[in-house]
Design a protein around this ligand. Structure first.
Ligand SMILES: Cc1ncc(COP(=O)(O)O)c(C=O)c1O
Length: 303
């Protein structure tokens, strides 16, 4: 009889890699606050951190976290949906929206949650979600967890996107999801061209700006950085760059209210939500809505 655990007993790759001294994951660091980290008592160069702006250890951020913990404790004692929303959350969301020039913002605890929560809230049965082949894994998870159909196009290839969109029924709802800055290659999505193609096919756009909020476009991300064509479009963003602070903005009040009610990950996961805004540390994902975007209404991106 098959045992569910057989796959665990037969999984030897980690043991083998460890035996050869080449296993790279879950290595404990004694300190990793800056450009260098301490590993096994040695100082090593850190090239994997998302703490681009150094906010994780900024004295003001540390102090804000301590003040918030002193006032509220370490949890908000309930889901955001019910008794877990604090004034602090709303203030953070207001400030994020203002910074992004958006109507509204919704914070998520992590980028993973922003992507999964948003995509599953927006893409339903009969809709299509279209991803770049190098989109972050959390976007792919969001697509797979939604009830929509998923399609993929070649990395940063707008003619491939055009061809994929052309094969989707005209009347179906369509969401194109790209990374603003791709986390592995560091290349940037060609948003102006993507916007033009999405407009042509009546598709909405979501941009995961995990690596560009706080870094590009005066901190406002990929669309602000690059493209006149993208501004005035619908944006939804998320950011790791603000020390790992992701958030999102998208157009249309409809989308934000639907997100608020449907993005289960924004509503239900209690613990970290508190710490995200309380620590003011960039473990926050949000979405925002912009009036200009409402009109042109095509892109939105997770921050
Ligand atoms: C582009 C992108 N989106 C989403 C995420 C997930 O973010 P988090 O680790 O906060 O869940 C990452 C992780 O670094 C990322 O690079």
């Amino acid at each position: 009889m098959a045992d569910l655990f057989d796959k665990i007993h037969n999984f030897t790759a980690v043991k083998e890699a460890r035996a050869q001294g080449i296993y790279p994951y879950f290595l404990p660091l004694q300190n990793s606050e800056g450009a260098t980290a301490t590993f096994e008592g040695r100082e090593v160069v850190m090239i994997g951190s998302n703490n681009y702006l150094g906010l994780t250890t900024h004295p003001k951020v540390r102090q804000a976290a301590m003040d918030a913990i002193a006032q509220y404790g370490t949890s908000c004692t309930g889901s955001r949906f019910l008794n877990g929303t604090l004034e602090l959350h709303l203030e953070l969301e207001r400030r994020l929206a203002r910074f992004m020039g958006a109507e509204a913002a919704l914070t998520f605890t992590t980028g993973y949650q922003a992507n999964v929560g948003t995509i599953t809230a927006l893409v339903g049965k009969g809709d299509y979600v279209i991803c770049d082949k190098e989109d972050h894994a959390s976007i792919i998870d969001g697509c797979q967890m939604s009830y929509g159909e998923m399609r993929r196009f070649s990395h940063n290839d707008v003619s491939s996107l055009d061809a994929v969109l052309a094969r989707i029924p005209e009347n179906a709802g369509k969401l194109v999801v790209v990374d603003g800055v791709y986390s592995m290659g560091g290349d940037i999505a060609p948003l102006p061209q993507i916007v033009a193609i999405c407009k042509k096919h009546g598709a909405r756009i979501m941009v995961d700006d995990a690596h560009s909020i706080g870094v590009l476009g005066n901190g406002r991300g990929t669309a602000a950085a690059g493209s006149g064509a993208a501004s005035g479009s619908m944006l939804w963003r998320s950011s790791s760059a603000v020390g790992s602070a992701p958030w999102a903005r998208h157009s249309a009040q409809y989308a934000s209210s639907r997100l608020l009610m449907r993005a289960r990950l924004a509503l239900i996961s209690t613990l970290a939500r508190f710490s995200s805004s309380v620590k003011a540390r960039p473990l926050v994902r949000a979405c925002c809505t912009s009036p200009a975007a409402h009109k042109a209404g095509r892109i939105f991106s997770p921050v």
